[in-house]
Design a protein around this ligand. Sequence first.
Ligand code: G3P
Length: 224
Amino acid sequence: MFELYLDTTDLQQISRFNKSLPLKGITTNPSILAKSGIGLNDTLSECTKILGPETRFHVQTVSKTTQEIIKEAEVLHQLPYDIVVKIPATEIGLAAIKHIKTNNKPVLATAIYSVQQGFLAALCGADYLAPYVNRIDAMGANGIDVVADIQRLLERHNLSSKLLPASFKNTRQVMEILKLGVESITLPVDVAAQLFAHPSVQPAVDQFDQDWQAVFGDKLSFES
Ligand code: G3P
């Protein structure tokens, strides 16, 4: 089942998009939490009030050594939420992922900028891989190609990691990624909003209103 996430902890936006999108949960990172100024515990509890107890949270560690990441992940996994621990796919991060997966706890390898990083994280057993599509594009490489190549390697080597591409600036990037058949995605709120926006939609709806009212006034469909 496809998993759709919002890459934000903005409660107003989460509440807004939860009304019209089937959200699996929320992805966050240290920058997102720092920007909101609200700590993890309050964020988890407030988001759960909006999204419900089945919500999945992807929460990133901030520790700097493998041992510390492992300890931090252990505490995060004990919190009373569905938490996938995000760990940057650095050398020390991969060591932590490899260790944590011996206990089969859910882990996402994040900050993926290259195919090899994604492949190694998958070999270490990461459940999710988060390549940063727009950030790769912004460096002059091709984020969509990176995701496509990781996907190819996952299939070729029968690896079970799910791609959860992150970092989008426009709907073209999102649609190209979805066409690859990835199993999950996380959207920033501005791009989620752009997905609804098409210049022809509202004029079409307005025309329906106008045609209807010209003949049936304020009647509802079943009153006509
Ligand atoms: O968690 C990673 C993702 O949020 C990066 O997105 O928009 O900062 O490139 P962005």
